[in-house]
Design a protein around this ligand. Structure first.
Ligand code: NDP
Length: 449
């Protein structure tokens, strides 16, 4: 896609000039700006009020030192961040990522995407993202605890149940949220819903652990039903990653009657022609915090291949990229098309490169963008916030039903929006436009702030 509007071209050029090194951020902004061009034609007042210049600039960016002591007694230092991007629709909301690749550009891309995703859920949440270049791999529980406490000691000054409510992301699961929530509670002497993804005994919501993966499958199933008169039943599925999103996408895909044949981690992928035994993956990844190649030792029918990018060479009907950004490139997209894939739904954030998306869509593959397809996680976080405010807990069935409804509504909204703008089945444009419209309306209502 290419920009045509001089106003948007100018904004993009300014960004490229000022933050040329923030590649993922520029990629995310470019996609959104291309999609919303037709909206700006209808609303010339947005240019006058500098709406897009304001939208691409985070409201607040916090960067801080995180000093912590490792098991040998040595002082270590990492860099912590929170990008509070946009609060037009509600308190800032978005996950924390702990991974050595984390830098400001990555968190700005994730925070920017989060604005529109949260808007699509229909719940009152602004967009944010945070994290650290800390690598949890190979660290003891004690080191993880010390790091999380040090991280929260600074972050606690900037967040709050009505201000900013972080959650998990890559490298931040129930264990890390527990340590951070405990530290926040101690420092502030208050028990509030300041983080989501909490344990069930201290304010967590049922279904939150499963929500992103389940929601992804609810969305993809609906898309297949409406657009191709089919569903997951009897389909072969490939899922990249083997973390939180991938595991629960696999669980729901199997429950819907599909056979998942491949999963991966950053080292390589396993292929099990008889279907992945998810209990083994959960044991390796959730209990032992091990590597996916250990699966092949337990199930000799499975084959392990070194190198995670080759996972797209495995033939499938449905592909669910659930690991990380830009993991599915044009070469991977070509392999998927060649092998007869009919749908790609993004569980990870921005896992497909722009070239891959173009190739898939121009070859008739249904493509569900992350903003819409993986919004189930943050939607369930929004439901956790509601339960915390009410001091109530809803049943698994109740939360799951709400999640299904939210995913259904997101699909209907982006499908209708794409039709309204004359780009039927272009869910990238549908999601970007629908997400943007609500935020833009709220920002215009607030005036120049
Ligand atoms: P986890 O940390 O639980 O799992 C991440 C998985 O992706 C692991 O299998 C990991 O392998 C793999 N991975 C991470 N980085 C890379 C890389 N650079 N190259 C290849 N593989 C990689 O994270 P989540 O499952 O929570 O998140 C996965 C994706 O989903 C992310 O894009 C995240 O932003 C997105 N997401 C998550 C939500 C949630 O609720 N958790 C909500 C919405 C989106 P390894 O173990 O080898 O590192």
């Amino acid at each position: 896609m290419e920009l045509k509007s001089p106003y948007l071209i100018g904004i993009m050029q300014d960004l490229v000039q000022s933050v040329s090194y923030q590649k993922e951020f520029l990629q995310a902004v470019h996609e959104v700006l291309c999609s919303i061009e037709p909206v700006l034609e209808k609303h010339p007042e947005y240019e006058k009020s500098g709406l897009i210049e304001r939208l691409v600039e985070p409201e607040r960016t916090i960067m801080f030192r995180v000093p912590w002591v490792d098991d040998s007694g040595k002082m270590r230092v990492n860099r912590g961040y929170r990008v509070q991007y946009n609060s037009a629709l509600g308190p800032y909301k978005g996950g924390l990522r702990f991974h050595p690749t984390v830098d400001l550009g990555v968190l700005k891309f994730l925070g920017f995407e989060q604005i529109f995703k949260n808007s699509l859920t229909g719940l009152p949440m602004g967009g944010a993202k945070g994290g650290s270049n800390f690598d949890p791999k190979g660290k003891s529980d004690n080191e993880i605890m010390h790091f999380c406490q040090a991280f929260m000691t600074e972050l606690s000054r900037h967040i709050g149940a009505d201000t900013d409510v972080p959650a998990g992301d890559i490298g931040v699961g129930a264990r890390e949220i527990g340590y951070m929530f405990g530290q926040y509670k101690k420092l502030r002497n208050e028990f509030t819903g300041v983080l989501t993804g909490k344990g069930l005994t201290y304010g967590g919501s049922l279904v939150r652990t499963e929500a992103t993966g389940y929601g992804l499958c609810y969305f993809a199933n609906e898309m297949l039903t409406v657009k191709k008169n089919t569903n997951f039943e009897g389909k072969t599925v490939v899922i990249s990653g083997s973390g939180n999103v991938a595991i629960y996408a696999c669980e729901k895909a199997q429950a819907l009657g599909a056979k998942v044949v491949a999963m991966s981690d950053s080292n390589g992928y396993i292929y099990d022609a008889e279907g992945i035994k998810l209990d083994t993956v959960k044991d390796i990844k959730e209990v032992k915090r091990g590597r996916i190649k250990e699966y092949a030792a337990v199930h000799p029918t499975a084959v392990y291949t070194e190198g995670c990018r080759n996972i797209w060479s495995v033939a499938c009907d449905i592909a669910l990229p659930c690991a990380t950004q830009n993991e599915l490139d044009e070469e991977g997209a070509k392999l998927l098309v060649k092998n007869g894939c009919i749908a790609v739904a993004e569980g990870a954030n921005m896992p497909s490169t722009p070239e891959a998306i173009d190739y898939l869509m121009s070859n008739g593959v249904l493509f569900a963008p992350a903003k819409a397809a993986n919004a189930g996680g943050v939607a369930c976080s929004g439901l956790e916030m509601s339960q915390n405010s009410q001091r109530l807990s809803w049943s698994f069935e109740e939360v799951d039903e709400r999640l299904k409804n939210i995913m259904h509504n997101i699909f209907m909204t982006i499908d209708q929006t794409a039709i309204e703008y004359g780009v039927e089945n272009n869910f990238v444009m549908g999601a970007n436009i629908a997400g943007f419209q609500k935020v833009a309306t709220a920002m215009m209502a607030y005036g120049a702030i």
